[in-house]
Design a protein around this ligand. Structure first.
Ligand code: FES
Length: 177
């Protein structure tokens, strides 16, 4: 099937981790205010953006998500004082790891959205869906299986080389006997 046709059926899948006190409430407000945003986002509510372990983001992408959005309180407004600063530091480090894996920066986004910013939730989600639609599917599960295969081959090569190095040749064994 031509790639063009595959992409016609494909829709971006985005996982959003929203802090309970700000961004989740804003998403709720957007719903109550009947603001329309793309239905491509699955929202996971956490008590604070500081609870977002980088592993959650990697796991989402490895499980087939095309993008991850993290939403937290504005700097200085975190209900646990500095959870959002912790998230920001982890996010910067994770960006480097993702770049080295060939994942574009635009696929993982961190936004500060307060409880009253329903409009911003709508804008950010719609923007992100548009951007990812242009980038196309991430397809990390397929890439990971290729990485695993390469790694297994490399391990076999190394094991074989080590075996050759440490095995004494038959001649040496006779000489030692
Ligand atoms: S409580 Fe919202 S980011 Fe910490």
């Amino acid at each position: 099937m031509p790639e063009e046709n595959i992409n016609k059926k494909w829709e971006p899948k985005i996982i959003a981790f929203f802090c309970n006190w700000c961004t989740y409430t804003a998403a709720d407000l957007a719903g109550v205010s009947r603001l329309k945003y793309a239905p491509n986002v699955k929202v996971i509510r956490l008590m604070c953006s500081g609870r977002v372990d980088p592993q959650f983001i990697l796991q989402s992408l490895a499980s087939g998500a095309d993008g991850v959005l993290i939403g937290g309180c504005h700097p200085g407004d975190c209900h646990y004082s500095e959870g959002n600063y912790k998230m920001l530091r982890r996010f910067r480090l994770l960006q480097r790891v993702l770049r080295s894996m060939g994942v574009e920066d635009e696929r993982v986004r961190l936004e500060w959205i307060s409880a009253s910013e329903g409009e911003k939730v709508k804008t950010v989600i719609n923007e992100m869906v548009d951007t990812i639609r242009k980038l196309g599917p991430l397809g990390l599960p397929g890439k990971i299986s290729v990485y695993d295969k390469d790694l297994a081959e490399l391990k076999n090569e190394i094991d074989t080389e080590i075996e050759v190095d440490i095995k004494p040749s038959g001649k040496e064994m006779v000489e030692h006997a």
